[in-house]
Design a protein around this ligand. Sequence first.
Ligand SMILES: [Fe+2]
Length: 408
Amino acid sequence: MTQPMKTSWSPAELYRQLDQGSRFGILDVRNKEEFAAWKIEGKTPIQTVNLPYFDLLDLEGDDEDLGAAFARALPKRLQGRLPRDAPILAVCAKGDTSPHVADGLRRIGYQAYDLAGGMAAWGNHYETHVVEDTGRLTLLQISRPARGCLSYLLASGGEALVVDPSRHIEVYGRIAAERRWRITRVLDSHLQADHLSGGVALARELGATYWLHPYDSIYPDEQLPATFAFHYLEDDTTFTLGEVAVRILHQPGHTLGMVNLLLDGRFLLTGDTLFINSIGRPDLGGRAEAWAGLLYRSLQRLLALPDDTVVLPAHFSHMLEANEQGCYRARLGDLRSHNEGLRMLAEGPAAFDAYILGSLPAHPPSYDEIRRVNTGLLQVDEAKASELELGRNLCALSHGGNGQRLAA
Ligand SMILES: [Fe+2]
């Protein structure tokens, strides 16, 4: 029996192609605003054409086949802007239009696929990478490639801790169940502004404790307290998970209640304080000048740690920041010279402040609403949650730019 021809890429397949640096083109049929706000990015530039769906659809009659209609409209609109000798991925918002577009492309001779579930599914796709896996300690990095968000699962002695979980809490429950871990603690490194936290919901569902620094339990604009109960994270305190010590470092700057975690004295979860190529932006609370000074001191504190400390951030800006295995990690010693923010730190507080204030990205309007949800002050349904989370995170100071690879 012959296999039916594969005509779709799943988000996992797209990730695999991006990770391998495969050559392919993209025909994105979302509207121009959606396309401008967020597109698929990989390690190498992707030949991408945006032709909004409605501009392509000129049916000759109500009963005309959509694939045939696209095949008729595409040659004139494409004008040879997509490669003939590489696969083409047709992309739409939710995956309902792109199969017809891919069909149209195949009819005119392209090797075309559609992205199953569209950008919505791509935005909600997760990958897991092992940071460390010994008998005593397992540390997993769970990435959300389309958004650049990273969360972590640490396990030891059958007990597990989740740090910065996304709202898709089933991802963590599934991994823990497969490995027979019991998640006993859930923690947010700070009040997230770029994505909806799954922290409170995950802890509730599993009967685990939820931890946060008290300063980040307050919605900053109106100083309103969070509506949920939580355990206080305190500076320079240590708890034990199985056989592993977890030390909490209060590291204000990106937010007032930002914490970093030093696991087993070696693995440093830096939250949004320090990324591979950049540092956290201190302006999201509306106090950039005052908080830049806090960030300066917090980063200096990190730099006092040994060079072999493994930095594990909460975000990445570019896939090239990952190592060969796809894991976002770096030796602190390497970041001292490679990370632009850390290099500016060495110039002293005045130069650092000037650098910060001169490189602040725009404040996305959705961030205020996301923080409102994350303090429990606002409930949203799935449609609204997806809308709020559209696009790549903007938590880093200097966003985008060239990725660079650093081993750790
Ligand atoms: Fe953040």
